[in-house]
Structures are given as structure tokens and as C-alpha cells.
Design a protein around this ligand. Structure first.
Ligand code: SF4
Ligand code: SF4
Length: 389
């Protein structure tokens, strides 16, 4: 890595948020996982020294928050070392975990290292659905971990990804969160990338399910006030304007994958022709300011119509590049979530398809995230030769 080169600054922004995807290994097999479909090929993980250096560089660039994520970040036995380093540099540190691997010893070590915040995911409020959706037996373990988090004085932050299977249980999920003493509950409707896109026909809810779930959330908010703050993130397939994805490409978000790839957004690997720089080969400063990947969709000069002349372009930045590519084959197109997009019909079709009862629809069974499925899919897509199954 060459740090001697002066950096020709091509943009004045700085990353605020570093997402460190420490590993793509995970004991769970969630049907909606946002990890890349070919994660099994990305197993050449950065070592501790490189992560320490990446964290230092990100702080020098101006990042203030760091998320340790994955896969399951607790599978890395250097997690405490990385947290301690980030904390010492002044980062606000978050652990985003399924809970598997968080025991008394590790939470004490993480506390000593200065970890600020833990976000624990559940798949549903019942053992049956939690375990079905993650294809594991982890419900009781997660309940124990929730108690552990509370006992160590952390704010309890639960996360549950919502879709067709668990939207009818939103009341029970909120009850569970309140019973556990959660201060925050994030109910995040599925975004369709990675494994969720593969399983979209199975996971897409009906409009009625969403309306009912949102009404339930509002009822609980009225009853319980701020005792448990509930964030309900509406799925953009049901909107007529896209989200301001990543608050604009190369604007505030910097992800680093387990293999060292620098990511302008979580799903950027799926964009063809986007040569992702790697922290093994270049400094974060040069990646952020100079790389073709981070400049590809910065600002608005890359936009086509209808975005180019749209007066909302500085608000939503044309939506999500990955969604545009997935649904139109063109990463520079308007996000089809937008009613002004000529491809908006693709979104309407998917929503309409979800209206029919599951038994009347010819859809493939759920594909759960696993190493063997990842290798099979990569092989089918021609990413690798002779993949095992
Ligand atoms: S979504 Fe599920 S499978 Fe994917 S990384 Fe998170 S816990 Fe693991
Ligand atoms: S046309 Fe483009 S910029 Fe305008 S609202 Fe739609 S996505 Fe946003």
C-alpha cells in the first residue's frame, strides 16, 4: 500500500460510517440475508493487522461510527482487539449480531474493550418461526443473550427483518421486545438484494399485511410511548418514490468486506463492471476520493432521464443503484420504485404477484443461505469452475 502519494481530492465529503463486515461465515441461514450470494468464495479474510490499519485510516478520514458486522462478527476471535482499537481512536462502536457466540466471557471482554452498543437480531417472536426462518435452533439462545446484554448495562436494541411470514406477528414481536426490556426495536421490512432477492416471491408481503402491521405499530406507540421506541421501516416496493439510498453514493457510507473489498453500498458487488478497490492494495483515502467505484454514481452527472431533469434528484439521488440494476439491467437508470421510472411496472408486478395466496402461486421453495447453496449458485452463474455442492 502506497501512502506516500499525495491524494488528489475529487470530492469534499468524508465517510461518517464504517461498516466492517469482518467475516461472511455465519451459523445462521436466514432466507433474507443481505450478504452476497457468492459469499462462500469470499473466504480470504483480512487479518487482524490489516483491520487495525483500516480502522485507523477510516478514523483519519473522518468516520465517527463503526459497525462490526458480518456474517457473524463474533466468529472472529480478534473482535475485542478491533473494538478496543476503534474505541481508543474515538469511534462509537456497534456490534451487529445474531447472538450466537455471545457468552458471559465475551461480553465482559467486549465491555472492557469499550463496546458502546449491541444490536441483537431475532427472526420472529416464536421459537418455531425464528428457527424456521434462520434454519437453526437459536431462539432460546437469543433469549439468553438478550438477558446477558441487559445484565451488562447495554441498551437493549432488537432488530427483526419483516416479510410475509412474520408481518402477521408484529404485535407478538413487540410484546416480546417489551418483555425483554428493549429500549429500541427496529422492524425493518426486507430489502430485496442478495438472498432476499432470490426468495422475493416467497418473502414479499401483501399490501394489507403492511397496512395492518403499521397500524399495530402505531397502536403500541400510543400505548407505550417512548418506553420502547419502535422504528418501522416501510419496504420501498410499496412506495412511489425511492429511498435516498446510502444518502447518496460515496457520500457518508464506507463498507469494507471480509475479503477487503471497499463497498460504496452493502450490495455493490452485484453491479457488473464496477471494479471494487481492495484495502490490501490502496489506502482508504485514495479509495474514497479517487477510485472509479466510489466516483461512479457520486453527484448527479451520471444520471439519465427522468432523474437528470427531476427537481427531486438532490433529495433521493435517483434511488438505489443496485435495485436499478437488478430490475432494469442498467445501474444508471432511475430506481424502478419511482413512479416516474418507465420500469415501475416491474415493482407493481412483484407487488401484484404477492396478492395471490401462496398455494396458488408457482414459486420455488425458499433457498436458505448456506455455503453449499452459495457455491452452487456461484457455479450456476459461472463465477467458478467445478464448485462443490
Ligand atoms: S442475516 Fe442471518 S444468515 Fe445473514 S449474516 Fe445475518 S444472521 Fe447470518
Ligand atoms: S425521477 Fe429520479 S430523481 Fe426524480 S423522484 Fe424519481 S428516482 Fe428520484
Amino acid at each position: 500500500m502506497d501512502r506516500a502519494n499525495p491524494v488528489a481530492r475529487h470530492c469534499s465529503s468524508q465517510p461518517l460510517w464504517l461498516l466492517a463486515e469482518l467475516t461472511y461465515r455465519c451459523p445462521l441461514h436466514c432466507a433474507f440475508c443481505y450478504n452476497p450470494l457468492d459469499f462462500a468464495q469470499l473466504d480470504d479474510e483480512l487479518d487482524t493487522a490489516t483491520w487495525l490499519d483500516v480502522i485507523t485510516q477510516a478514523r483519519e478520514l473522518g468516520a465517527a461510527q463503526i459497525g462490526f458486522s458480518g456474517g457473524e462478527p463474533l466468529l472472529r476471535d480478534d473482535l475485542e482487539t478491533l473494538v478496543e482499537h476503534a474505541r481508543r481512536l474515538g469511534f462509537y462502536t456497534n456490534l451487529i449480531t445474531s447472538g450466537v457466540g455471545l457468552n458471559e466471557t465475551r461480553i465482559e471482554a467486549l465491555k472492557r474493550a469499550g463496546l458502546d452498543h449491541i444490536q441483537l437480531s431475532f427472526q420472529d417472536s416464536s421459537r418455531e418461526m425464528n428457527d424456521f426462518l434462520s434454519s437453526t435452533r437459536t431462539f432460546e439462545l437469543k433469549q439468553r443473550v438478550a438477558k446477558l446484554i441487559k445484565a451488562h448495562g447495554y441498551p437493549m436494541v432488537l432488530n427483526c427483518v419483516l416479510h410475509r411470514y412474520n408481518l402477521p406477528h408484529v404485535a407478538q414481536i413487540i410484546d416480546m421486545a417489551i418483555e425483554m426490556g428493549a429500549e429500541y426495536l427496529e422492524l425493518a421490512n426486507t430489502q430485496y438484494y442478495g438472498w432476499a432477492m432470490l426468495n422475493r416471491a416467497q418473502l414479499m408481503p401483501t399490501h394489507e399485511q403492511l397496512v395492518e402491521a403499521e397500524a399495530t405499530v402505531n397502536r403500541y406507540r400510543e400505548q407505550h410511548g417512548n418506553r420502547c421506541r419502535i422504528l418501522f421501516v416501510v419496504p420501498d416496493y410499496f412506495e412511489s418514490r425511492p429511498k435516498a439510498c446510502m444518502n447518496g453514493w460515496g457520500s457518508v457510507f464506507l463498507g469494507v468486506g471480509a475479503d477487503g473489498a471497499a463497498l460504496p453500498c452493502h450490495a455493490a458487488r452485484l453491479l457488473p463492471g464496477l471494479a471494487l478497490p481492495n484495502v490490501r492494495d490502496a489506502t482508504l483515502a485514495s479509495i474514497w476520493h479517487e477510485s472509479a467505484a466510489f466516483n461512479a454514481f457520486r453527484g448527479d452527472t451520471w444520471m439519465r432521464e427522468p432523474c437528470r431533469s427531476c427537481d427531486e434528484r438532490h433529495h433521493d439521488h435517483g434511488g438505489c443503484r443496485c435495485q436499478a440494476y437488478l430490475l432494469t439491467g442498467d445501474a444508471a437508470a432511475a430506481d424502478p420504485v419511482c413512479a416516474k421510472s418507465s420500469a415501475h411496472g416491474e415493482i407493481e408486478k412483484a407487488v401484484e404477484f404477492a396478492r395471490a395466496p401462496m398455494r396458488e402461486r408457482d414459486v420455488q421453495p425458499i433457498v436458505f443461505r448456506s455455503r453449499s447453496e452459495s457455491l452452487r449458485l456461484a457455479s450456476a452463474a459461472g463465477h467458478i469452475a467445478g464448485a462443490e455442492d
